[in-house]
Write a protein that binds this ligand. Structure first.
Ligand code: 13P
Length: 227
Protein backbone atom coordinates (compact mmCIF):
# COMPACT_ATOMS: atom_id res chain seq x y z
CA UNK A 1 0.00 0.00 0.00
CA UNK A 2 1.27 3.43 -0.97
CA UNK A 3 -0.40 6.57 0.31
CA UNK A 4 0.80 9.74 -1.39
CA UNK A 5 -0.07 13.33 -0.50
CA UNK A 6 -0.08 15.92 -3.26
CA UNK A 7 0.03 19.31 -1.60
CA UNK A 8 -0.44 21.20 -4.88
CA UNK A 9 0.29 24.94 -4.33
CA UNK A 10 -0.03 24.84 -0.54
CA UNK A 11 2.54 25.11 2.28
CA UNK A 12 5.83 26.99 2.16
CA UNK A 13 8.87 25.74 4.11
CA UNK A 14 7.61 26.92 7.54
CA UNK A 15 4.21 25.24 7.17
CA UNK A 16 6.01 22.15 5.83
CA UNK A 17 8.16 21.86 8.98
CA UNK A 18 5.04 22.37 11.13
CA UNK A 19 3.27 19.55 9.29
CA UNK A 20 6.09 17.06 9.81
CA UNK A 21 6.42 18.00 13.49
CA UNK A 22 2.96 16.53 14.12
CA UNK A 23 2.63 13.86 11.39
CA UNK A 24 3.01 10.29 12.59
CA UNK A 25 1.80 7.66 10.10
CA UNK A 26 1.93 3.90 10.84
CA UNK A 27 5.22 2.28 9.85
CA UNK A 28 3.52 -0.48 7.84
CA UNK A 29 2.44 1.85 5.01
CA UNK A 30 4.63 3.49 2.36
CA UNK A 31 4.00 7.22 2.56
CA UNK A 32 5.04 9.84 0.00
CA UNK A 33 4.56 13.59 0.31
CA UNK A 34 4.80 15.95 -2.68
CA UNK A 35 5.15 19.56 -1.54
CA UNK A 36 5.74 22.59 -3.79
CA UNK A 37 9.33 22.92 -5.09
CA UNK A 38 10.32 25.61 -2.58
CA UNK A 39 9.39 23.31 0.32
CA UNK A 40 11.19 20.19 -0.93
CA UNK A 41 14.34 20.81 1.11
CA UNK A 42 12.35 21.38 4.32
CA UNK A 43 10.35 18.20 3.63
CA UNK A 44 13.48 16.13 2.97
CA UNK A 45 14.78 17.17 6.43
CA UNK A 46 11.88 15.16 7.92
CA UNK A 47 13.46 11.91 6.74
CA UNK A 48 10.27 10.93 4.87
CA UNK A 49 9.96 9.94 1.20
CA UNK A 50 9.50 13.16 -0.75
CA UNK A 51 8.37 13.58 -4.37
CA UNK A 52 8.20 16.70 -6.55
CA UNK A 53 4.93 17.56 -8.30
CA UNK A 54 6.51 17.59 -11.75
CA UNK A 55 9.92 17.17 -13.42
CA UNK A 56 11.40 18.19 -16.78
CA UNK A 57 12.80 15.68 -19.30
CA UNK A 58 16.14 17.45 -19.86
CA UNK A 59 18.95 17.44 -17.30
CA UNK A 60 19.46 21.17 -17.81
CA UNK A 61 18.80 23.81 -20.45
CA UNK A 62 16.92 26.95 -21.42
CA UNK A 63 13.57 25.88 -19.91
CA UNK A 64 12.42 28.76 -17.71
CA UNK A 65 10.39 27.65 -14.72
CA UNK A 66 11.28 23.97 -14.98
CA UNK A 67 13.25 21.66 -12.65
CA UNK A 68 15.27 18.58 -13.66
CA UNK A 69 15.75 15.10 -12.23
CA UNK A 70 19.43 15.64 -11.25
CA UNK A 71 18.41 18.79 -9.35
CA UNK A 72 15.76 16.84 -7.45
CA UNK A 73 18.20 14.02 -6.70
CA UNK A 74 20.74 16.50 -5.37
CA UNK A 75 18.12 17.65 -2.82
CA UNK A 76 17.37 14.09 -1.70
CA UNK A 77 14.00 13.96 -3.46
CA UNK A 78 12.97 10.37 -4.27
CA UNK A 79 10.60 10.84 -7.18
CA UNK A 80 8.06 12.98 -9.00
CA UNK A 81 4.41 13.08 -9.91
CA UNK A 82 3.85 13.60 -13.65
CA UNK A 83 0.74 14.28 -15.71
CA UNK A 84 -1.52 15.54 -12.96
CA UNK A 85 -4.84 16.62 -14.47
CA UNK A 86 -4.22 20.20 -13.30
CA UNK A 87 -1.01 20.19 -15.37
CA UNK A 88 -2.90 18.75 -18.34
CA UNK A 89 -5.85 21.17 -17.99
CA UNK A 90 -4.12 24.45 -17.14
CA UNK A 91 -0.51 24.11 -18.33
CA UNK A 92 -0.73 22.37 -21.68
CA UNK A 93 0.67 19.01 -20.59
CA UNK A 94 0.02 16.29 -23.20
CA UNK A 95 0.31 12.50 -23.21
CA UNK A 96 3.63 12.92 -25.03
CA UNK A 97 5.18 15.42 -22.59
CA UNK A 98 3.97 13.32 -19.65
CA UNK A 99 5.67 10.25 -21.14
CA UNK A 100 8.90 12.21 -21.74
CA UNK A 101 8.93 13.47 -18.17
CA UNK A 102 8.28 9.97 -16.80
CA UNK A 103 11.00 8.36 -18.93
CA UNK A 104 13.64 10.92 -17.95
CA UNK A 105 12.82 10.72 -14.25
CA UNK A 106 12.96 6.91 -14.26
CA UNK A 107 16.25 6.93 -16.19
CA UNK A 108 17.67 9.28 -13.54
CA UNK A 109 16.72 6.85 -10.77
CA UNK A 110 13.62 8.64 -9.50
CA UNK A 111 10.29 7.01 -8.73
CA UNK A 112 7.29 8.24 -10.75
CA UNK A 113 3.59 8.56 -10.02
CA UNK A 114 1.91 9.10 -13.41
CA UNK A 115 -1.64 10.46 -13.24
CA UNK A 116 -4.41 9.52 -15.64
CA UNK A 117 -8.17 10.00 -15.59
CA UNK A 118 -11.17 11.05 -17.62
CA UNK A 119 -13.17 14.31 -17.60
CA UNK A 120 -16.81 14.21 -16.53
CA UNK A 121 -18.05 14.72 -20.11
CA UNK A 122 -15.77 11.93 -21.35
CA UNK A 123 -17.30 9.55 -18.80
CA UNK A 124 -20.81 10.69 -19.77
CA UNK A 125 -20.04 10.04 -23.44
CA UNK A 126 -18.82 6.53 -22.59
CA UNK A 127 -15.23 7.36 -23.53
CA UNK A 128 -13.53 6.51 -20.23
CA UNK A 129 -11.74 3.41 -21.50
CA UNK A 130 -10.53 5.13 -24.67
CA UNK A 131 -9.14 8.02 -22.66
CA UNK A 132 -7.41 5.72 -20.17
CA UNK A 133 -5.99 3.57 -22.97
CA UNK A 134 -4.57 6.66 -24.70
CA UNK A 135 -3.05 8.07 -21.48
CA UNK A 136 -1.67 4.79 -20.11
CA UNK A 137 -0.33 3.21 -23.29
CA UNK A 138 2.39 5.88 -23.68
CA UNK A 139 3.78 5.32 -20.16
CA UNK A 140 7.01 3.35 -19.72
CA UNK A 141 6.72 -0.13 -18.19
CA UNK A 142 9.17 0.26 -15.31
CA UNK A 143 9.32 -1.17 -11.82
CA UNK A 144 9.56 2.32 -10.31
CA UNK A 145 6.44 3.58 -12.09
CA UNK A 146 3.11 3.75 -10.28
CA UNK A 147 -0.09 4.93 -11.99
CA UNK A 148 -2.65 7.14 -10.22
CA UNK A 149 -6.22 6.93 -11.51
CA UNK A 150 -7.76 10.31 -10.78
CA UNK A 151 -11.13 10.87 -12.45
CA UNK A 152 -11.08 14.62 -13.04
CA UNK A 153 -14.71 15.04 -11.88
CA UNK A 154 -13.73 13.67 -8.45
CA UNK A 155 -10.76 16.00 -7.82
CA UNK A 156 -11.42 18.64 -5.20
CA UNK A 157 -15.17 18.25 -5.66
CA UNK A 158 -16.06 16.03 -2.71
CA UNK A 159 -17.50 13.62 -5.34
CA UNK A 160 -15.67 10.32 -4.96
CA UNK A 161 -15.78 7.46 -7.42
CA UNK A 162 -17.66 4.54 -5.91
CA UNK A 163 -15.36 1.68 -4.91
CA UNK A 164 -16.87 -0.40 -7.75
CA UNK A 165 -16.20 2.28 -10.34
CA UNK A 166 -12.62 2.74 -9.09
CA UNK A 167 -12.03 -1.03 -9.15
CA UNK A 168 -13.31 -1.26 -12.73
CA UNK A 169 -11.03 1.58 -13.91
CA UNK A 170 -8.01 0.20 -12.04
CA UNK A 171 -8.46 -3.26 -13.53
CA UNK A 172 -8.70 -1.67 -16.98
CA UNK A 173 -5.50 0.35 -16.42
CA UNK A 174 -3.68 -2.81 -15.31
CA UNK A 175 -4.87 -4.66 -18.42
CA UNK A 176 -2.80 -2.11 -20.39
CA UNK A 177 0.13 -1.62 -18.00
CA UNK A 178 0.62 -4.04 -15.13
CA UNK A 179 1.75 -1.62 -12.44
CA UNK A 180 0.29 -0.64 -9.05
CA UNK A 181 -2.59 1.85 -9.37
CA UNK A 182 -3.45 4.46 -6.75
CA UNK A 183 -6.90 6.04 -6.57
CA UNK A 184 -7.15 9.83 -6.31
CA UNK A 185 -10.13 12.17 -6.08
CA UNK A 186 -11.65 13.35 -2.79
CA UNK A 187 -10.09 10.59 -0.68
CA UNK A 188 -10.89 11.40 2.96
CA UNK A 189 -10.48 9.57 6.28
CA UNK A 190 -14.13 8.41 6.13
CA UNK A 191 -14.06 6.91 2.60
CA UNK A 192 -10.46 5.64 2.40
CA UNK A 193 -11.07 2.18 3.89
CA UNK A 194 -13.83 1.20 1.43
CA UNK A 195 -11.84 2.38 -1.60
CA UNK A 196 -8.64 0.67 -0.39
CA UNK A 197 -10.56 -2.57 0.17
CA UNK A 198 -10.93 -3.07 -3.60
CA UNK A 199 -8.48 -5.67 -4.92
CA UNK A 200 -6.93 -3.46 -7.61
CA UNK A 201 -6.73 -0.28 -5.51
CA UNK A 202 -3.09 -0.32 -4.39
CA UNK A 203 -3.10 2.94 -2.49
CA UNK A 204 -4.26 6.53 -2.74
CA UNK A 205 -3.14 9.91 -4.05
CA UNK A 206 -4.63 12.45 -1.69
CA UNK A 207 -4.98 16.19 -2.26
CA UNK A 208 -6.89 18.31 0.26
CA UNK A 209 -6.93 15.75 3.08
CA UNK A 210 -3.12 15.40 2.94
CA UNK A 211 -2.65 18.99 4.13
CA UNK A 212 -3.72 18.20 7.68
CA UNK A 213 -1.34 15.84 9.56
CA UNK A 214 -4.17 14.19 11.51
CA UNK A 215 -6.46 13.52 8.56
CA UNK A 216 -3.57 12.31 6.39
CA UNK A 217 -2.37 10.00 9.19
CA UNK A 218 -5.95 8.66 9.50
CA UNK A 219 -5.93 7.76 5.78
CA UNK A 220 -2.55 6.05 6.27
CA UNK A 221 -4.02 4.03 9.15
CA UNK A 222 -6.92 2.92 6.93
CA UNK A 223 -4.32 1.63 4.47
CA UNK A 224 -2.34 -0.07 7.20
CA UNK A 225 -5.31 -2.11 8.31
CA UNK A 226 -5.65 -3.48 4.77
CA UNK A 227 -1.95 -4.25 4.17
P1 13P B 1 -8.42 15.97 -3.71
O1 13P B 1 -8.07 14.84 -2.77
O2 13P B 1 -8.32 17.32 -3.06
O3 13P B 1 -9.70 15.73 -4.43
O4 13P B 1 -7.27 16.00 -4.83
C1 13P B 1 -6.95 14.82 -5.49
C2 13P B 1 -5.72 15.05 -6.29
O5 13P B 1 -5.75 15.76 -7.28
C3 13P B 1 -4.46 14.44 -5.83
O6 13P B 1 -3.47 14.55 -6.79
Amino acid sequence: MLIAGNWKMFKGPTATREFFASFSPPASVDVVIAPPYVSLAAAVESGGTIYAQNVHWADEGAFTGEISSPMLRELGVAGAIVGHSERRQYFGETDETVAERAEAALAAGLGVIACVGELEEERERGETENVLRRQVSVLPDDERLVVAYEPVWAIGTGKTATPELAQEAHAFVKSILDRPVLYGGSVKPDNAAELLAEPDVDGALVGGASLDPDSFAAICRAASSRS
